[in-house]
Design a protein around this ligand. Structure first.
Ligand code: NAP
Length: 257
């Protein structure tokens, strides 16, 4: 099925994990993809999967720090310049945020918020401004987290940033509905990517992670990409402002004792 022929989608955090899985899925389904990540080497490696040359008509890659407003605006303008129209945006760029209320340093707090929250806001704003007059179906998918639904001790800045991503998603869904731009978020459970690889090094910790998911295992990035791409299509045409748990049941219920 080629749901994305003649469509252009921007993906941040594209060089790794969930972002890279989204790029591969979009590519297979015929999309033109504008990839952005702060990791230039990772971006080039991913792009080389699709083409041996740098002039692939369906791929545009750019190094980007999503927390930098000027870089975000130039990236979105460059993607629009290359492809003409933009149809979708998936915001995957994100970093960890460790710390608790007693020990979290303000600089750590600000760094996490600047990437996870400011980066999401800046990308959504630049994309929405670029497509607001198109008057046809456009869509944004933000990546929140189970930590954007439930608290997680010693992950305070991360939790704050992801609750905020869930909140701005709902609000932007309301704000952009009249423009034909849908905005939804995915709240993944634990997904096996470079972001979480260290958590699986200890077999006992890995067992506990799996036990925390109703279906008894962690997720794969392709399982998040499948829902993210669905949310971009007109099959999700009545969905906006939603935060969709894709978490193997991790946040479905309180464990019985
Ligand atoms: P990942 O494999 O680490 O991929 C994230 C990518 O974003 C990396 O390439 C990273 O580059 C890049 N990035 C970081 N800061 C950036 C910035 N300022 N500008 C542009 N790119 C930047 O992580 P993932 O597991 O795919 O996670 C993707 C998203 O899902 C994140 O928002 C994460 O919070 C969320 N999430 C993940 C899980 C999970 O279990 N994996 C669960 C819930 C939510 P570097 O490698 O150089 O940092």
């Amino acid at each position: 099925m080629k749901r994305f022929e003649q469509k252009t989608v921007l993906v941040t955090g594209a060089a790794s994990g969930i972002g890279a899985a989204c790029v591969r899925r979009l590519w297979e389904e015929g999309a033109s993809v504008a990839l952005a990540d702060q990791d230039q080497t990772g971006l080039e490696k991913l792009i080389s999967e699709f083409s041996e040359t740098n002039d692939n008509p369906r791929i545009f890659g750019g190094r980007l720090d999503v927390s930098d407003s000027a870089q975000v605006q130039s990236f979105v303008a460059a993607a629009k310049g290359k492809f003409g129209h933009l149809h979708g945006l998936i915001n995957c760029a994100g970093i960890k945020g460790v710390g608790n209320v007693l020990d979290c340093e303000p600089e750590n707090w600000k760094k996490v918020m600047s990437v996870n929250l400011d980066g999401t806001f800046l990308m959504c704003q630049a994309f929405a401004r670029a497509v607001q007059h198109d008057r046809t179906s456009r869509a944004i998918v933000n990546i929140s987290s189970g930590a954007g639904i439930m608290g997680v001790p010693n992950r305070l800045p991360y939790v704050a940033s992801k609750f905020a991503v869930s909140g701005v998603t709902r609000t932007m869904g309301a704000e952009l509905g009249p423009y034909g731009i849908r905005v939804n978020a995915i709240a993944p459970g634990m997904v096996r990517t470079p972001f979480t690889a260290y958590m699986f090094e200890d077999p006992e910790k890995a067992r506990r992670i799996r036990a925390a998911h109703a279906i008894g295992r962690e997720g794969q990035p392709e399982e998040i990409a499948a829902v993210a791409t669905f949310l971009l299509t007109d099959d999700a045409s009545f969905m906006t402002g939603a935060v969709v748990s894709v978490d193997g049941g991790q946040t479905a219920c309180i464990p019985s004792v």
